[in-house]
Design a binder for this molecule. Structure first.
Ligand code: AMP
Length: 186
């Protein structure tokens, strides 16, 4: 089972991906986590993406596609993958389909976490106060939300046409959302 957790930043994708990993043994592939790890390690890639990430804009398709390609090759035989924060553009979605096909696999389900904009803003303000992530500051978050609506939301029809898209109410507490996702996955 390969699934995409889809939704704007702060919709709860990372939290739910970690639950599914613990419960089902799927591998979480978060391009945001991979990029943050690259920055922490001080690698050339990390230095290249730092300013873009802090501004709230998307890094290039080429960079994130290469990260996912490496991760898929390194985790052959995994019982499933949870894509978290990837794909974020139509080009990334097409590349993902091609990469999975090379491994004889496909995306089975796309779970869209639905959270209204006011609750997103409240969550991000709380996270910024607690964790101080540069791209959670209000200006950067606005850019991230804009990127979601202009570059990522157009992916919804891509998956809807394939009959893979399922909406889940992401406004409830973590356990209730996890239960709804489990039901959607069957
Ligand atoms: P996230 O933690 O998923 O919100 O990602 C943090 C930041 O990393 C984003 O605001 C982008 O700058 C970058 N990033 C993560 N995933 C992607 C992606 N799939 N495409 C482009 N940029 C990404």
């Amino acid at each position: 089972m390969n699934l995409i957790l889809f939704g704007p930043p702060a919709a709860g994708k990372g939290t739910q991906a970690k639950r599914l990993t613990a419960e089902r043994g799927y591998i979480q592939l978060s391009t945001g986590d991979m990029l943050r790890a690259a920055r922490k390690s001080g690698s050339e890639l990390g230095q290249r993406v730092a300013a873009i990430m802090d501004s709230g804009s998307l890094v290039s398709d080429e960079i994130v596609i290469a990260l996912i390609e490496e991760a898929l090759a390194a985790n052959k035989g995994a019982p499933g993958f949870i894509f978290d924060g990837f794909p974020r553009t139509v080009a990334q979605a097409e590349a993902l389909d091609a990469m999975l096909a090379k491994h004889g696999q496909k995306i089975d389900r796309v779970i869209r976490l639905e959270v209204d904009s006011q609750q997103l803003m409240d969550r991000i303000a709380k996270r910024f106060a607690e964790e101080g992530r540069a791209d959670d500051n209000p200006d950067a978050y606005k850019v991230r939300l804009d990127a979601y609506f202009t570059q990522t939301a157009p992916l919804l029809p891509y998956y809807e046409k394939q009959g893979k898209l399922q909406g889940v109410d992401g406004m409830a507490d973590v356990d209730t959302v996890a239960h709804a996702i489990a039901k959607a996955l069957g």
